[in-house]
Design a protein around this ligand. Structure first.
Ligand code: FAD
Length: 316
């Protein structure tokens, strides 16, 4: 039986959808243990074991978050050695990729990012060339570190009451002199919206919003969606860079992606064409985005977006 580790950066009372996806995939491949990148209380352990983890690795003495990701890398390295893991699954975000890369270097092991599926022989399916092709890839030595794109795997809701017995393994991690340390932390303005990379619904705006993201944000709030953007919009400073969807931004695969005032350049498509349903709003009937849209609306976003938001609120 394969041994699979899942890296959980921030365990919480109820696992996030992304965490459940990682555990569901790991459970379909073999015996699963979770490596916890932060302290977890009983409720978090119960819900993670109900979601499929048969054991947990934690750092003896806790994780010093001021040392950025270095302690998590050390913990994961120690857990891979202890469990003799065949594969490690991590989220495909910036932290997951960094931890995968740094730990794999220490273990002289393989890294495959952007996975959308993993077979039982650890063959990984992933999109390449701005999403125009998929390839299958395998690690050739060591445990393979795989970062999984959100919304690629069906993850059932879990019932923390169904917790199975799970082992707890405390590992000592080396206290090396830190190369970098966090000196201060300032919270970003909370929007109350879901995080873009794992959101089920996304409403995105491009050059067509002409600097005014209010109609995009209003429809997002009516839907409970995250807000995305094209590079033109983020380069112009109309919205923060973290909202950029595309080749040099975030790659997402939500259930629904509403594109407003975005032409659909190949670099934008690279980040959103994995969406299950694409709705495009554009006043140019020849805009390339209509080639991949499930539903196209030819119109002015300043009219269409408020109408959509009002109708959604009316039906709630
Ligand atoms: P435009 O292409 O100018 O399109 C604006 C669209 O809005 C038009 O189709 C127009 O008809 C429509 N419109 C205008 N007014 C309205 C209105 N009132 N109502 C409805 N529709 C309206 N781009 C990304 O998005 N993400 C990336 O990650 C990315 N990475 C890149 C990496 C590289 C190396 C390069 C070279 C480019 C990258 N780009 C990226 C840029 C990309 O090539 C396009 O320039 C960009 O996506 C265009 O943004 P846009 O669709 O908002 O603007």
């Amino acid at each position: 039986m394969l041994k699979i580790l899942v890296y959980i950066h921030a365990p919480a009372g109820t696992p996030t959808k992304g965490q459940r996806e990682l555990l569901a995939l790991a459970g379909s491949l073999g015996e699963t243990r979770a490596v916890l990148g932060a302290e977890a209380d009983e409720a978090a352990l119960a819900s993670l074991s109900a979601a499929g983890s048969t054991g947990f690795y934690v750092a003896a003495g806790g994780i010093d978050a001021s040392l950025l990701l270095t302690p998590a890398v050390s913990l994961l390295e120690a857990a891979v050695r202890d469990f003799e893991a065949d594969a490690v699954l991590l989220p495909n975000g910036i932290e997951g990729r960094e931890i995968a890369a740094r730990t794999a270097v220490r273990l002289d092991a393989a890294v495959i990012t952007d996975a959308i599926d993993v077979d039982t022989d650890l063959t990984v399916t992933k999109p390449v060339l701005a999403g125009s092709h998929t390839v299958k890839a395998q690690g050739t030595r060591g445990p393979v570190f795989i970062t999984l794109k959100p919304n690629s795997i069906e993850a059932p809701e879990t019932d923390a009451g169904a917790r199975a017995a799970a082992s707890l393994h405390e590992l000592s991690i080396e206290a090396t002199a830190p190369a970098a340390r966090i000196t201060s932390t300032a919270p970003r303005t909370a929007t109350g919206r879901p995080e873009l990379s794992g959101a089920r619904f996304v409403v995105a705006g491009g050059r067509g919003v002409e600097g005014n993201f209010a109609p995009v944000e209003d429809l997002a709030d009516a839907l409970g969606a995250a807000v995305g953007a094209s590079r033109v919009a983020t380069d112009a400073g109309w919205i923060e860079h973290s909202a950029q969807v595309g080749q040099t931004g975030v790659t997402i695969s939500p259930q629904l992606y509403i594109s407003a005032g975005i032409s659909g350049a190949i670099q934008q498509k690279a980040g959103m064409q994995g969406a299950k349903c694409i709705v495009a709003i554009n006043k140019d009937p020849d805009a390339p985005v209509f080639e991949i849209a499930d539903l196209g609306i030819i119109g002015d976003l300043a009219t269409v977006l408020p109408q959509a938001a009002a109708e959604i609120r009316r039906r709630k």
